[in-house]
Design a binder for this molecule. Structure first.
Ligand code: NAD
Length: 375
């Protein structure tokens, strides 16, 4: 298969996730980075382009115009900028006829996400959203276990995402990634939009049930911040299941401690990002089982998400690469959706989650319905 030609917006020198996207996209040889407007700073964009052997642009609008017109131009764009640019860049790329792989949150707010859903539909192009954790083999196994009904009906979902890196006001000490994440104009929401959306998506992806109502306590712990840094949300799912979602960036000492537990009538499963190649199954009437990635006894989707034999650790980059591999296959085959890769529907749902939880918490509304989410 001829590699799909990818362009990137963001991901310049010193950026966190752009380089991860590049490595992941190119990991299987099905995608090649050919162009980028990698930074607001033209010199930095040129430096990244040279380092990565891609065509560099000073401005993303110019890049889209030139690349869309070239016969060998980019076919897809990875959007890895701060959040405020997700909507304008995704919209312009789709309207220029390019497929889009965007990082989360989908947009700055729900209105933009809804508008983007219309643009995606009209464009006939693919839109993928990198909810990274959906790409892990044992998360895909967990999803299959729930879908098969091995646990019985889902009754309770607990998802926690503690980080500690914003325990001090480092956004006032020149930490760039903290600066924009705590600026309402650039980030839209705080911790809930940054990592709460991952937790929300994961609960629905694995649990196979949608959140219908919630009761949120979204707060700012470090004084002087205009956005939240700690979120505690009770959930009720459409099938009657109960849940708890915790997302926090002031959990001092925590690194990237995402953990998911799903309990059914006869047992529960636990997955932890710090041991991502394992999935623990606890049974009401039997011994605990620990499943390992890349084992022959796993489901097809889980086996397909590993590249090397069991016992050899794979992780974050490979999980991203699984999203890119599915995305590339869908483009090559001309399919209208990219299988397990989250799309704009998930984007709209999670922006509805963010807006509903923030407003309900601010106004002390207690339990509210999660309105405005696409099915
Ligand atoms: N899926 C995940 O696990 C995950 C992890 C981290 C970040 N993210 C998301 O990725 C995005 C980027 O986060 P980050 O931590 O890499 O941020 P970052 O600050 O490290 O990088 C942002 C990059 O965007 C560039 N940029 C800003 N304005 C630009 C413009 N006008 N044109 C071109 N480039 C521009 C910056 O120069 C920088 O290179 C955010 O939306 C964030 O939420 C997702």
């Amino acid at each position: 298969m001829t590699p799909i030609r990818l362009a990137m917006v963001g991901g310049g020198p010193g950026a966190f996730i752009g380089p991860v996207h590049r490595m992941a996209a190119e990991l299987d040889g099905r995608i090649r980075l050919v162009a980028g407007a990698f930074s607001r700073d033209p010199d930095k964009s040129a430096a990244a382009a040279e380092a990565w052997g891609a065509r560099g642009y000073a401005d993303w609008r110019e890049m889209l115009a030139v690349e869309a017109a070239r016969p060998d131009g980019a076919q897809a764009v990875a959007v890895v900028t701060p959040n405020h640019l997700h909507f304008p860049v995704c919209r312009a790329a789709l309207e220029a006829g390019l497929h889009v792989m965007s990082d989360k949150p989908a947009t700055l707010n729900l209105a933009e996400a809804r508008e983007l859903a219309g643009v995606v539909e009209k464009s006939g192009r693919l839109y993928g959203l990198t909810y990274t954790y959906t790409g892990y083999p044992m998360i895909r196994e967990a999803r299959e276990i729930v879908r098969r009904g091995d646990l019985g009906q889902v009754r309770k979902i607990v998802v926690e995402y503690p980080q500690g890196w914003l325990s001090r006001a480092i956004e006032r000490e020149g930490a760039k990634q903290a600066e924009w994440r705590l600026d309402p104009a650039l980030a839209g929401a705080g911790c809930i939009g940054d990592i709460g959306v991952h937790a929300f998506n994961l609960a629905e992806f694995v649990g196979g049930v949608r959140v219908e109502r919630l009761c949120a306590d979204v707060s700012t712990v470090v004084p002087g911040r205009p956005l939240d840094d700690d979120c505690n949300v009770l959930l009720r799912f459409e099938n009657g299941a109960r849940g708890v979602l915790i997302a926090s960036q002031i959990s001092a000492g925590a690194r990237n401690g995402l953990k998911l537990q799903v309990y059914g009538e006869t047992g529960g499963l636990t997955w932890s990002h710090e041991r991502p190649s394992e999935l623990t199954l606890d049974w009401l009437d039997g011994p605990t089982h620990v499943l390992h990635a890349a084992s022959g006894y796993l489901s097809g989707p889980a086996q397909a998400a590993s590249r090397i034999p069991t016992g050899h650790p794979e992780g974050f980059i490979e999980a991203f690469a699984n999203l890119y591999r599915d995305f590339a296959a869908a483009i090559a085959e001309g399919r209208p959706d990219a299988g397990l890769v989250p799309g704009i529907g998930e984007g709209v749902r999670s922006m509805a989650f963010v807006e509903t939880a923030v407003a309900a918490s601010r106004d002390g509304q207690g339990w509210v319905t999660l309105e405005g989410a696409l099915p």
